[in-house]
Ligand binder design. Structure first.
Ligand SMILES: NC(=O)c1ccc[n+]([C@@H]2O[C@H](COP(=O)([O-])OP(=O)(O)OC[C@H]3O[C@@H](n4cnc5c(N)ncnc54)[C@H](O)[C@@H]3O)[C@@H](O)[C@H]2O)c1
Ligand SMILES: [Zn+2]
Length: 384
């Protein structure tokens, strides 16, 4: 038996109006990191800056973090932070903004490092020598506000790298349901199914424990109960808060239990085709569950606790309700050209096989198994 650990942010503020907690911070300077334009457009950036000013904290904004943030973006953000010398980093936005802010934080604290220096899980040196970190998610999806992970894309190599470092677990997470309320329907659907993927993969993970299972199973229940409402009624505050909580709960499970093949494969097909992370997960989930059932009784465990007949069928039904296609060939978000799929299949399968998330997948899939699963999920074929 080995010693284990369970780490989550020190404080999670949640509920209506919790953004206001920014006014209670102690510090001098804050770097606010955000994405394209939604946080500005809906007034949350102005609110955050005003609340920080109330606390006597001067702030700058580092904006323009793109979906699937790149190595260049995080390097540049680190340099901006170095010039401003913040003692707080406030990340506000979707998972992309939060993830990028975490790695900017690392390059701010350790400007001599290159991206290659931090790719190996656990290789990042200690943080919090210069600043602490607050994460305020605007999607109910990645749970980057809770986790020790950040996903950064090497745009030259077309590879998404999951960066893993215990020190990247934020100090404070703020779950204010006003932020996700402005998500358009398709983003609600995709990010919501990312929560489902986190929870399901955390339950089935080889590293699941008595500490992680309750969070994961509760998150599955809350997604099943509330995602259809959050999707159909975007302004339903109760459903938005429940999905925000479900996302964080799933995060508490998977940051400690890790994930599995759904994520390994989503990272690589995302890198090759640019498909949205949650959408890729939603499509992959039923195929990977069908494959993994041979090696794990944890799906049955979750089904029993939730009073569900068939988890996979429940996921397929939710996908259908939210217009998520059942295979990549039918997906119109990006061009899933068959010739390109065939051309990249072997490389993508090998990369997914080597992804750190594969280590905790139940069973021991080979690169050939991963290729078979990619083919099944592309053409909509049954998994044998
Ligand atoms: N850190 C982790 O543990 C972890 C886990 C899973 C995935 N990820 C990564 O996170 C990224 C995806 O993050 P995401 O799914 O949150 O999406 P995202 O951050 O890429 O945002 C998607 C789009 O939604 C918009 N948006 C976000 N919030 C909005 C709001 N409230 N109203 C209107 N528009 C809004 C953004 O501007 C963007 O255009 C991927 O790079 C993925 O690989 C990280
Ligand atoms: Zn995910």
């Amino acid at each position: 038996m080995s010693t284990m650990s369970f780490s989550i942010p020190r404080t999670i503020f949640y509920g209506e109006g919790s953004l206001g907690k920014l006014a209670g911070l102690k510090g001098k300077r804050a770097a606010i990191v955000t994405g394209g334009s939604s946080m500005k457009k809906f007034g949350f950036l102005d609110q955050a800056q005003a609340l920080l000013a109330k606390a006597g904290i001067e702030s700058i904004i580092i904006d323009g973090v793109e979906p699937n943030p790149s190595v260049e973006t995080v390097k540049k953000g680190g340099e901006t932070m170095l010039a401003f010398a913040p003692d707080w980093i406030v990340a506000i936005g979707g998972g992309s903004a939060l993830d990028a802010a975490k790695v900017m934080w690392c390059f701010y604290e350790h400007p001599q490092l290159s991206f290659e220096d931090i790719i190996t899980p656990g290789s990042m040196p200690s943080l919090r020598n210069k600043a602490k970190f607050i994460a305020i998610p605007s999607t109910s999806g990645t749970a980057s506000e809770i986790t020790a992970f950040s996903v950064i894309t090497d745009t030259q190599k077309h590879i998404k790298y999951p960066i893993v470092a215990a020190d990247m677990v934020p100090d404070i997470a703020i779950l204010d349901p006003a932020l996700p309320m402005t998500m358009p329907k398709h983003i609600t659907a995709n990010t919501g199914m990312d929560v489902m993927a986190h929870a399901v993969e955390a339950v089935a993970s080889n590293a699941a424990t008595a500490f992680t299972d309750p969070y994961a199973v509760q998150a599955i229940k809350m997604v099943l109960d509330t995602l259809p409402t959050a999707y159909a009624e975007p302004k339903n505050l109760e459903a938005r808060l429940a999905m925000h909580e479900a996302s964080a709960l799933a995060g508490m499970a998977f940051t400690n239990a890790s994930l599995g093949l759904v994520h390994s494969m989503a990272h690589k097909i995302g890198g090759e085709f640019g498909v949205t992370h949650g959408l890729a997960n939603a499509i992959l989930l039923p195929y990977v569950i069908a494959y993994n059932r041979k090696f794990s009784n944890k799906y049955t465990y979750a089904e029993k606790l939730l009073g569900l007949q068939d988890l996979s069928a429940a996921i397929q039904e939710m996908n259908k309700k939210m217009d998520i296609p059942s295979c990549f060939k039918d997906c119109t978000e990006v061009d899933f050209n068959e010739a390109k799929f065939k051309e990249v299949l072997a490389r993508m399968s090998q990369h997914a096989f080597e992804d750190p998330c594969t280590l905790t997948n139940p069973g021991k899939p080979t690169a050939a198994d991963v290729q078979m699963l990619f083919e099944a999920a592309y053409y909509g074929k049954a998994v044998n």
